[in-house]
Design a protein around this ligand. Sequence first.
Ligand code: GFB
Length: 421
Amino acid sequence: MFIFRCILFTNLILISFNGYKSEEYCYDKNSQCKDKKIRYLFYDVNPPEGFNLRRDVYMRMAVLAYKLHNLRPDNLNSFKLVLPPWSHLVHWDFSQFPEYIPWSYYFDLSSLKNFAPVIEMYDFFNEYKNKYSVIIEETYILQHFEDMFESGNFEDRMEVEKCTKDYKPLFFHYSNITSNNVKCLSFHGSSTNLIKLFNESTASTIYIDHAEVALHEMFGNKIYWEARRSMRFNKELVKIANDFRKDFLNSTDLSDLTTIPVDWRDEKPNRNAKGGPYLSVHMRRKDFVKSRPQETPSLKNVSEQIKKTLDKLKLDAVFISTDAPDKEYKTLVDLIGPKYKVFKYSGDKYVKEKFKDGGIAIIDQIICSHARYFIGTQESTFSFRIQEEREIMGFPVKTTFNSLCNNDGICRKPSQWKIVY
Ligand code: GFB
């Protein structure tokens, strides 16, 4: 096991030589950069959480890093946010090497860096004085105040308290990272409130575990959307999705009016996107079938909703994005019948081996987001991220905020979080 971890670690370092090179950050406008002590902020998320909630937690931490970087004149502006590699996600198959996937495989790192000072984990290892033994100086496990619901005290507050759960930080499953200083921090409030904690610290490495406990400073405001817009996908994944759109769905950015500026900072408010001539549906199955039986429509029900919507829109093609097993997908195609064209992206050997489940998920999201009309799954963060993508491209609101109706025919509309500039 130890040897295996060493091999992984060596490979991770190798990726760093061939892959992305970190930019140097120097924030102090008045003094010499060399005098500045670089500080590293790590975070991690509750282990069972999936890809798209993790993307949301990233935004909370990125806004914190943005605020430290832009608004602090003191040594707090020398923090770099270290991106937790994608590993050990419960929904993904990690049986194949590599176990750790850098963020650049899924996102455009230079875009992220144009919002906040972020670095990959391998950049950290390259920069840090002793990458073979990293002892994090301060580790905080965030937890909810136990009395919050009984006392009804929902004020912003934080306090180091006894740990409410028997939980140990995983440090991303790296054997070369540990900490001798682990505290539980009962916390209620936004991620940017953590600045108070950093104010009282001189540590150069701080690790925030269960970062999902910290909330957005302001959900849906201008900074929220800047962080979100900076999350452009890896360019190769975008190209694969665009080729699929062109080859099978008669959809290109030019004809669909979905061309976006090269740099997210040049985007302007717009509601003119038209989308490709297809309906897209995100049909979440797997654990949702068991955990939300009332809300999750049967395949027959979904097929009827699809046919009805296609007829209403005068379209004959539907793109299905789903985590359903193949058998369920085939049943759905049969139920939809031969009158309509049904498409799904499966990924060839190259895409599956290089980008794994996360890459296929992103390609699915890109194709869904370019459709003339989108229907998602109630309360799925996978669907929320597609809705945001469509807001960024400028689709009319009514073509985006739609969810599959449940088996009782109740069609709850998702909350409309419209883009703000
Ligand atoms: O992204 P995600 O967390 O959203 O979904 P929810 C979990 C995983 O399911 C994703 C896969 O990372 C994908 O790997 N997946 C879901 C899909 N839908 C699709 C799809 O259409 N195409 C592809 N390719 N993959 C949360 C879970 O799921 O729901 C929590 O993360 C919990 O653990 C909660 O179960 C109830 O918000 O849908």
